[in-house]
Write a protein that binds this ligand. Structure first.
Ligand code: UT7
Length: 322
């Protein structure tokens, strides 16, 4: 038994912030941001919008595309590091608002790797026959945790949500293999120091603090490693993959890995120019757009691969059938 993706949905906020908009608050330029990251603009949620609001909209679209009712969902897993509250989880907020009255619900905290982690957990519950239908969401509003005067971080991130419905399949399609990894000893390179139990009064600041160069080095290393390892587990050769959907953080990270591994450009999906790094939402948002763009057809082999705070990384190989 495998977990097949039966439906996909995504949601982004309306408001667009361009690179030129950022030049009003930090010493940067459209040219620097585009050359060093590939990002042209990002979506930023307003004060009234919390992460769960984006997550619900994405989840409703995924349920509609899977033609599955909320009552049929057995489990909801949300990958996020910007939950509405420390508790209850976003997954429980979704369970209530969607009317998924038969579902268990919990969040997974793996930052930008959150979607690959949540997808792996969800698919295991299906493979071991505990559950039949699992809703997996990646959602973040990291723009709420940016120091808009720190040009090393505020140019990178945007908000969004993406969701998939996993359902049990025994026709050879679905998630063929998953690979997850953590390197906790590097965790200090990407951290939100304030707001947790070590600093509940947020004296250290409730802002993303990052050593961009160190994260970059980690990213290029593990993106390659995760793709190679997950394909080895699935017993699939690199040349047989139809589409790679990497975490959308920086075009230089993606290009570096694509060049090193010999991945043809047309097989690597990129939409970070429009959204920046939307953290746990980046991969399902890209998956939804790739589908809408007609880049995925039945029986294609798709690799989702990403990295993030923790530091963490993860990948999933999917034989597509919807
Ligand atoms: O999901 C994981 C999230 N994190 C990441 O993916 C981050 C990975 N890292 C990166 O994407 C890159 O390291 C950054 C985009 C953050 C920075 O790019 P970089 O090429 O590593 O730049 P740098 O930090 O080495 O800085 C080069 C120069 C410095 O000036 P000097 O010292 O050479 O005079 C910086 O002060 O660029 C300067 N700089 C900027 N200039 C204009 C740094 N940020 C900016 C900026 N605008 N926004």
């Amino acid at each position: 038994m495998k977990a097949r993706i039966a439906g996909v949905g995504s949601k982004i906020p309306e408001k667009i912030v361009t690179n030129n908009d950022l030049t009003k608050t930090v010493d940067t330029s459209d040219e620097w941001i585009k050359t060093r990251t590939g990002i042209a603009e990002r979506r930023v949620s307003d004060e009234k919008t919390a992460t769960s609001d984006l997550a619900i909209a994405a989840a409703q679209k995924a349920l509609a595309s899977a033609k599955i009712s909320p009552e049929e969902i057995d489990l909801i897993i949300v990958g996020t590091t910007s939950p509405d509250y420390l508790f209850p989880s976003i997954a429980c907020i979704l369970q209530n608002k969607l009317g998924a009255k038969n579902a268990a619900a919990f969040d997974v905290s793996a930052a930008c790797s959150g979607f690959n982690y949540a997808l792996t957990v969800g698919s295991n519950f299906i493979e071991n026959k505990t559950y039949k239908n699992v809703l997996v969401v990646g959602a973040d509003t990291l723009t709420k945790y940016l120091d808009w005067h720190d040009r090393g971080t505020c140019i990178l991130f945007g908000d969004g949500a993406g969701a998939v419905v996993l359902t049990a399949a025994d026709d050879g399609s679905g998630i063929l293999a998953s690979w997850l990894k953590a390197e906790g000893h590097l965790g200090h390179h990407l951290i939100m120091p304030g707001g947790g139990s070590r600093d509940p009064e947020e004296k250290k600041g409730r802002f993303i603090t990052m050593d961009g160069k160190e994260v970059f080095k980690f990213a290029v290393r593990v993106l390659e490693e995760s793709i190679a390892e997950v394909l080895k587990k699935a017993n699939i050769e690199l040349k047989d993959v139809n589409l790679f959907i990497p975490h959308q953080a920086n075009i230089r990270i993606i290009d570096h890995v694509a060049k090193k591994m010999g991945l043809p450009k047309e097989k690597v999906y990129v939409n970070l120019q429009k959204y920046g790094n939307t953290s746990a939402a980046s991969i399902p948002l890209a998956l939804d757009e790739a589908l809408a763009d007609g880049k995925i057809k039945n029986n294609d082999i798709i690799v989702l691969s990403g990295f993030g705070a923790g530091l963490t990384c993860g990948a999933n190989v999917i034989k597509w059938r919807i």
